[in-house]
Each structure stands twice: as structure tokens, then as C-alpha cells.
Design a protein around this ligand. Structure first.
Ligand code: G6P
Length: 614
């Protein structure tokens, strides 16, 4: 949700800022802008509606000099995406320029008060209010920029990651955060600033993650200084990044999403790497082992997440309840945080988040913490806010996921949850040893099995084209495949803009069946399971109403594949691991339909990868 980049040092800032914006474009892409202080101290702001490439075209003939600058790629919250509302925003005198990720909730009151003092506004954003407030406070108190930022932020309610620069002061960037992420990269005589580490990694692997309500003062030739808004000095904790630059490139793939789908043969190994022993009779999930007692004492587990991560959570519920016999509740973070849930100190609350920055999930954790629950995080981004807040947890270790639609992170989340369920079950003695070992052995066969699914890519691409006509899709699955149906439908909606609904297959007769006609494609996950025959009956019901069926079936299937119009075969495995295999053809199906429709699959309209606002 909005990407922030900053640079101060000895190099030209503009190319570094633009490259950084491209790396962060997955966070938002409705407008972009840069502000730089040129060699004479002048503060220049260039911004435009559209993607970073539109900004580059616009800025081509401008003065792009300067060794200090800040830049922004926007996902609109307050104010429509246009040139005016793009960041950076100038203050009234044009002495300050500011970029912001987050939402200033009390912006209306502050704006009204500033208007009464003679301030005028060029945009309809909440952000412009903040830069005007900083300037007002600075003038009123005759103080430096850092103090003005501290004073202004102490009046602000909401979430922010900001960076501000001042005309005539090419030596300093002031940055601050609360509830929105911000990382400072420390190079040789230079500092980088970004919403996540991806724009920084090619220059330095030394970073400082700012904590809530911290302000960083980045001054050329001086050590980084970190203060709180209340002016308490903090010792910056310099950490080393373990990110690999090649992971950020698209390679030979047309889109990041396709690359990430294909990477799953590797990422399913990485998620288990070092966690399952060679004898396949033990799982070592450190976050679990260190906090085993809390889990074993729990009378229930609550899993909270959003979007795709919520679908993984549902699979986790099925596995934990089946194997460990602990009741699990799965909650949308956005609902959980506001619906006054009962949370006990004996509860374990697991947050699942690829980005580790989703604002609603962070707030749900905050609530759980206030109520004394034990917090556990399953995140992909190392050092992200949720990972730091939970303190205990597991990383999915799939490397950066850049396509906005989540793919490889989902399959790894499911693996972690299955490993957690098995670990709990073993501790509680609720699982047969032979079965435990069998699941682990099956886990190791996943890469080969995924390869055989990916080998059907061309076939899936061919028949996907037929479905570009559709304006609706239904996805059906039962048991562990119900969350797969939800995830398949979400993938299609996200990137092809075709309306799709995931349903438990048996619920079809209570509504969705009314929608079925010759125009309606229905994806049915009809893999081997105790309910296979019942799902086959659902396929018959669809066919007798002339619906088009795409079936996901298990190798050797004799029945469903014959009735369906199209079928995709997946290898057999234990039921709890089927979602990992069954999801992959659905990712490919959505991808190819979206590409055939000419959609921008990596940056679908209105979406953002990391949702750091409510
Ligand atoms: C956004 C993304 C989804 C993602 C969801 C939750 O909506 O577009 O792909 O599933 O946020 O994100 P998280 O990072 O918390 O998993």
C-alpha cells in the first residue's frame, strides 16, 4: 500500500529513486512522484498519474540533478488517483516536500484548523495536511525540521511512514513511522530509505527497521540518529539482510506471477528445509518447540488473516482439528479486530501474512495481545512488523513474492500449518506414528508432483482461452478442497476481473445451482477423498443444467474426468496435502485467462500487495 523510497549520499539520487519505485510498484501503482534537492538547494517535485514509467516519461526533460531525494508510488486512499493527489506533496511555501504511506485519520480537523490560519490546499489527500501541519508547527515554534516533525506527529491520529526534505537543506532526510513499514539502508556515505528492503538490497545489506513512533535523521556524513516522537534517543539496531538480488528479477518469465507459480517446485522444499529430519520422524519448527507449553495448554487456537492467507488458515484449521484435536477458529482480521471477540489468556492466536504488514492483521494481533493471548506469526517477509510483533513463529522462506496475486506464499503457508498440526498432534499423542511419517514422506514428494502439474501448463493455457467470454465462474470443493475453491475463485477475480465464487460443493443446491446455464463455467475440485462420489454427483447436476465443468482430478480418475468438459490431473497424495497440489492448476488457469484477456496480471487494477491501511 504505497511505496516509499529515499536516498541521500554521493550519487545522483534520481536513478536510484526510480529503480526503487519500480521494485516497490507492487505496493501501488496509480500515480508516482519524486522530490529532489538540486545542487543549488532548490526543491523540485515531479509527479504524475499512472505507473512509474509514466513518471519517467513526464520527468525526462526536467532538471533531475541532486544527491538527495524521496519518491513514492501510490495506492489511493483519500483522493482519486490524479496528478494533484500524487505524492510528494509540497507545503504551502513549497519549502518542504513529503511522501506518506498510511492514513491520517484526523486529517479533516487539522485541515479545517489550517484553513482558518490561511493555508490553502492543492490536493484532496490526507497527506497534504501533514506536510502543511509540519510547516505550520515549524514556523510557529521557529524550530528545525526534526522537531517540527515530532510536534506535528504528536497531533496526528492514524498510520504513517513518511519522509520529508527541506529546500536549502540537501544534507538531511527526516523519516518516521507508525503502523506502516519503513527500513533504512546504511551504505558507505549514503543512506537509503524504503517501505521494504527490496530497493535497498543491491546497494547494501545493512538495515535498520524503524519501530512505531520512531524518527530517523539521515544526515550526509553523520551516523544515523533515531529518536522517538517524544524525543527519546534510541540506539539503532543494525541488521543484515539475507535477500538475494536475483530473487527480485523476472528472469525469462513474462510475469512475476508465472515465475512464482513455477518456483513452487523449489519453495515447497524450502519451507520444509531444516525442519524435517532425515528419518522423517520429527519436525523441528523452532517457533513451536520454544513455545510448546503455550500451545499444549491452549484450550483453542484462533487463526487470523486476510485474503489468500485466510484461505491457508482454513486449511490449517482442518488439519489442526483433525490431527491435534484442538478447536480452531478462523477469523478475518478486519472483522476480528472490531467485533469484540472473546479472547482468553489461554488462547493461542496465529496470524498468517505473506507481507507481515497487513494493517488489519496487525490490529487483530494487538487486540489478542491486550487480552493476554499467546501470539504466533506465520510470515514470509523477514523482519516484517507481524514477525517482530509476534516474536514467536515460522517464516515461510519462499523469497520475495512480487506478483500481487499470492501463489508460492500460499502453498508454503499451508505446509507450515500442516507441520504445526503434526507437531501438536505428536506432542499430544493424537496421531498414529505411521501416518505422521507418511505425511512427512509425502511432503518430500511434492516437488516432483508439482512438476507433473506444471507440465500441463500448455494444455491449461489452450483451454483457458475459451473462458475469456465468461463474466462469472463458480468454484466447488469439499473438505480440504473447500478452501482451495475459495482460493481459486479469489485468484480469478483478482487478476482477470471475472466475478467468481467459491462454494462448498454440497452447498451448491442451496443457491448457486440457480445460476447454472450453458454460459456458466464451474471449476470442481474432485480429487480422491471420502466425499469423491458426492462431488461427482454435483458434477452430474451441473452437466444436466448445461454448465461447463473444469475438473481437477486425481491421477487414474475414471469418473469425474469423463463427465467434465475439461480436466486437469494432479498426482495422488494424503488428503491434507491435496490443497497444495490442487491450487496450482487453479493459479495457472487464472493466470492464462487473465493474460488472454489482456489484463495486467502482476499489477491488477485497484489492488496492492501489501495492505497497510484499514
Ligand atoms: C492483499 C493481497 C493478497 C493477500 C492479502 C493479505 O489483498 O493482494 O494477495 O492475500 O492482501 O496479505 P498478507 O500479506 O497479509 O498475506
Amino acid at each position: 500500500m504505497c511505496g516509499i523510497v529515499g536516498y541521500i549520499g554521493t550519487k545522483d539520487a534520481y536513478p536510484i529513486l526510480i529503480k526503487g519505485l519500480h521494485r516497490l510498484e507492487y505496493r501501488g501503482y496509480d500515480s508516482a512522484g519524486v522530490a529532489m534537492i538540486d545542487d543549488k538547494g532548490g526543491l523540485n517535485v515531479y509527479k504524475s498519474k499512472g505507473k512509474v514509467s509514466d513518471l519517467e516519461a513526464y520527468a525526462r526533460d526536467k532538471d533531475l540533478s541532486g544527491k538527495i531525494g524521496i519518491a513514492h508510488t501510490r495506492w489511493a486512499t483519500h483522493g482519486e488517483p490524479n496528478d494533484c493527489n500524487a505524492h510528494p506533496h509540497y507545503s504551502q511555501s513549497e519549502n518542504l516536500a513529503l511522501i506518506h504511506n498510511g492514513i491520517i485519520e484526523n486529517y479533516a480537523i487539522i485541515k479545517e484548523s489550517l484553513i482558518s490560519k490561511g493555508y490553502t490546499f492543492r490536493s484532496t489527500t490526507d497527506t497534504e495536511v501533514l506536510v502543511q501541519l509540519i510547516e505550520f508547527v515549524k514556523n510557529e515554534n521557529n524550530c528545525d525540521l526534526c522537531t517540527a516533525v515530532q510536534l506535528a506527529l504528536s497531533q496526528v491520529v492514524g498510520a504513517y511512514a513518511i519522509a520529508v526534505i527541506e529546500k536549502g537543506h540537501p544534507e538531511t532526510i527526516i523519516a518516521a513511522r507508525k503502523s506502516s513499514p519503513l527500513v533504512v539502508g546504511i551504505g558507505n556515505d549514503e543512506y537509503f530509505l524504503a517501505s521494504d528492503a527490496t530497493p535497498i538490497i543491491e546497494y547494501t545489506n545493512k538495515v535498520v527497521y524503524l519501530a512505531d513512533e520512531e524518527i530517523a535523521i539521515l544526515t550526509k556524513g553523520k551516523a544515523i540518529k533515531v529518536l522517538t516522537i517524544a524525543n527519546v534517543e534510541k540506539t539503532p539496531k543494525i541488521q543484515e539482510l539475507e535477500l538475494n538480488l536475483s530473487e527480485l528479477e523476472k528472469g525469462d518469465y513474462e510475469h512475476y506471477m508465472l515465475k512464482e507459480i513455477f518456483e513452487q517446485t523449489r519453495t515447497v522444499m524450502e519451507a520444509t528445509s531444516g525442519r524435517i529430519n532425515v528419518d522423517m520422524d520429527n519436525i523441528a519448527l523452532c517457533g513451536f518447540i520454544d513455545n510448546k507449553e503455550r500451545f499444549l495448554k491452549a484450550s483453542r487456537i484462533i487463526i487470523t488473516a486476510c485474503g489468500t492467507s485466510w484461505h491457508a488458515a482454513l486449511i490449517g484449521k482442518y488439519a489442526i482439528e483433525e490431527f491435534a484435536k484442538i478447536p480452531v477458529e478462523v477469523e478475518y482480521s478486519s472483522e476480528f479486530r472490531y467485533r469484540k471477540p472473546v479472547i482468553n489468556a489461554s488462547d493461542v492466536v496465529i496470524a498468517i501474512s505473506q507481507s507481515g504488514e497487513t494493517a488489519d492483521t496487525l490490529a487483530a494481533l494487538e487486540l489478542a495481545k491486550e487480552n493476554g493471548a499467546f501470539l504466533f506469526g506465520i510470515c514470509n517477509v523477514v523482519g516484517s512488523s507481524i514477525a517482530r510483533m509476534t516474536g514467536a513463529g515460522c517464516y515461510t522462506h519462499v523469497g520475495p513474492e512480487i506478483g500481487v496475486a499470492s501463489t508460492k506464499a500460499f502453498t508454503a503457508q499451508v505446509q507450515i500449518l500442516i507441520m504445526l498440526a503434526l507437531s501438536l498432534a505428536k506432542e499430544k499423542n493424537t496421531i498414529d506414528n505411521g501416518f505422521y511419517r507418511h505425511v512427512l514422506e509425502e511432503m518430500f514428494t511434492l516437488p516432483k508432483k508439482i512438476e507433473s502439474i506444471l507440465a500441463q501448463n500448455d494444455k491449461i493455457k489452450d483451454f483457458s482461452r475459451i473462458f475469456t467470454y465468461a463474466s462469472n465462474f463458480i468454484y466447488l470443493g469439499r473438505g480440504y478442497n473447500f478452501p482451495v475453491a475459495l482460493e481459486g475463485a479469489l485468484k480469478l477475480k483478482e487478476i482477470s476481473y471475472i466475478h467468481a465464487e467459491g462454494y462448498p460443493a454440497a452447498e451448491m443446491k442451496h443457491g448457486p445451482i440457480a445460476l447454472i446455464n450453458a454460459e456458466m463455467p464451474v471449476v470442481v475440485i474432485a480429487t480422491n477423498s471420502p466425499t469423491y462420489e458426492k462431488v461427482v454427483s454435483n458434477i452430474q447436476e451441473i452437466k444436466s443444467r448445461k454448465g461447463k465443468v473444469i475438473a481437477i482430478v486425481t491421477e487414474g480418475d475414471e469418473v469425474a474426468s469423463k463427465i467434465a468438459d475439461y480436466s486437469i490431473v494432479i498426482p495422488d497424495t494424503v488428503e491434507c496435502l491435496v490443497p497444495i497440489l490442487a491450487t496450482i492448476p487453479l493459479q495457472l488457469l487464472s493466470y492464462h485467462i487473465a493474460v488472454a484477456k489482456g489484463c495486467d496480471v502482476d499489477q491488477p487494477r485497484n489492488l496492492a500487495k501489501s495492505v497497510t491501511v484499514e
